[in-house]
Ligand binder design. Sequence first.
Ligand SMILES: NC(=O)C1=CN([C@@H]2O[C@H](COP(=O)(O)OP(=O)(O)OC[C@H]3O[C@@H](n4cnc5c(N)ncnc54)[C@H](OP(=O)(O)O)[C@@H]3O)[C@@H](O)[C@H]2O)C=CC1
Ligand SMILES: O=C1O[C@H](COP(=O)(O)O)[C@@H](O)[C@H](O)[C@H]1O
Length: 529
Amino acid sequence: MSVASPEPVVIPQPAEAHAPALDFDNLKVGEKSPAKVNQGGFLSVVVLGASGDLAKKKTFPALFNLFKQGFIPTGDVQIIGYARSKLTNDELRKRIAGNLKPGKNALQDGQAVISEFLKLITYVAGAYDSKEGFMELEKAIASRENVGDGGSSSTRRLFYLALPPSVYPLVSKMVHAHCMNKHGWTRVIVEKPFGKDLASSEELSGQLGELFTEDQLYRIDHYLGKEIVQNLLVMRFANRFFIPLWNRDNIANVQIVFKEDFGTEGRGGYFDEYGIIRDIIQNHLLQVLCLVAMEKPVSVSPEHIRDEKVKVLKAVQPIKDEDVVIGQYEGYKDDEGVPNDSNTPTFATVIVHINNERWDGVPFIIKAGKALDSRKAEIRVQFKDVPGDIFKCKKQGRNEFVMRLQPSEAMYMKLTVKRPGLDMAGTQSELDLSYRERYQDIVIPEAYERLLLDTIRGDQQHFVRRDELRAAWEIFTPLLHRIDCGEFKCLNYASGGRGPPESDDLISRAGYVRTHGYVWKPPTLQSGM
Ligand SMILES: NC(=O)C1=CN([C@@H]2O[C@H](COP(=O)(O)OP(=O)(O)OC[C@H]3O[C@@H](n4cnc5c(N)ncnc54)[C@H](OP(=O)(O)O)[C@@H]3O)[C@@H](O)[C@H]2O)C=CC1
Ligand SMILES: O=C1O[C@H](COP(=O)(O)O)[C@@H](O)[C@H](O)[C@H]1O
């Protein structure tokens, strides 16, 4: 069932020269993409760390999604994997094939589109400190660019560092020394967490800043590519009725929650060096907080948006011990690479206070954890009690505006209504926008797919700027250092539960009032209505 919708509003994007702004709303299944992003000549995408977990789970599948929708068609693009592992082209293709899903928006049938995509991929094995390796990589890139006599006059090169941050400086130096594009732009995508604290992040930014300009560097935080996160700006600033409500006069508290129902599962070696605050809270959830809390930007230009996010971060007050609970799930230490005396948190609840006119006195409750009772990510804005409460609404439950990032993207307003029937009883219900039901014929892009496209188009709106990064580390570095040196102990919690009970106590002290007996359920799909 396709739901007739009004003419979609296309938010003007700083599109690359000549390429019309991409409008995902109009990208119907089976339609040729409105604009192949091939302005600027042949594109080489180089995935460094191609043998790794992120490359397999997110990077190659995102490139495949762009390919199958016609954004980066055969003939306009090549994809080269680079890592130390000794792999043949076919071995790399086999390693990633299982994660490629043709889905319903492919322009061709399943296997055909997968094998056509895999043909674009080649692999160069080399060390990250090897001049020979990167010269080999340069040769491989240039061999397909066909520049010069009769070749295209310009080319594009995108380097994706799907690598642990510890190797970024070295690899960046090698790319800069041997693989920079001489016939067009070079862009470099680096992953979070950018460093481990303020000092290491600033050092990394300094090292990268010596090699690349800000408009060549794309600090990716894939939460900024999620549909409901991207919707925040539109929802907040394109609707009149949020304007008078979105402030301390009406809002009691804001929760930003990330839960996973699985543990580190073999990534313990990486995770134990970072922990849940560096892995999730200091980046993903703090970015979401900025979009929830920021003032309206001067325009939708990336710089104006990011200016406002930095202002929010600079208004965040130092975190107090009594506003923090950290935990570690039982069984975490069984993961290989995790030392028996690890104090690395796999769970954290942190109450953040923003000292500005809009939010003074409103606690922002940030909670993230692995090995919990469910997998979800959501923003829950809880409003204050009804003044002059003639319907005992306080007993019923407070109004809440909930934005469900995943699973089942949705936004719903929980409110008290008259229970249908003869009596005047109140009940909790909701005004609900569930994407799966409302937008049945639109495939919601994956976060990485959208952000890779933005990089190719040169749109930095959804990427992290250096001063944002600095401000984010300034907030969490003191707490992180105390955890690292054992001054702040993790509380154990059972895997598959809610996390340490002390977290619920802290959230209740912060003023969150649970509505007992009410659970929102995604509406079931009504086909053929
Ligand atoms: N995995 C995920 O779900 C997500 C990961 N990220 C980020 O992406 C980055 C990469 O993560 P992920 O792919 O999981 O990491 P991996 O541990 O899988 O590393 C990726 C590749 O880097 C190489 N590598 C690993 N460790 C080292 C090392 N110590 N020194 C040199 N090379 C090394 C390996 O390739 P080889 O040995 O063949 O050279 C490996 O295949 C990280 O910064 C992470 O925070 C971000 C979001 C999600
Ligand atoms: O950055 C990361 O994100 C993933 C969760 O991503 P999601 O899109 O599935 O919510 C997390 O599992 C991983 O530990 C972290 O590095």
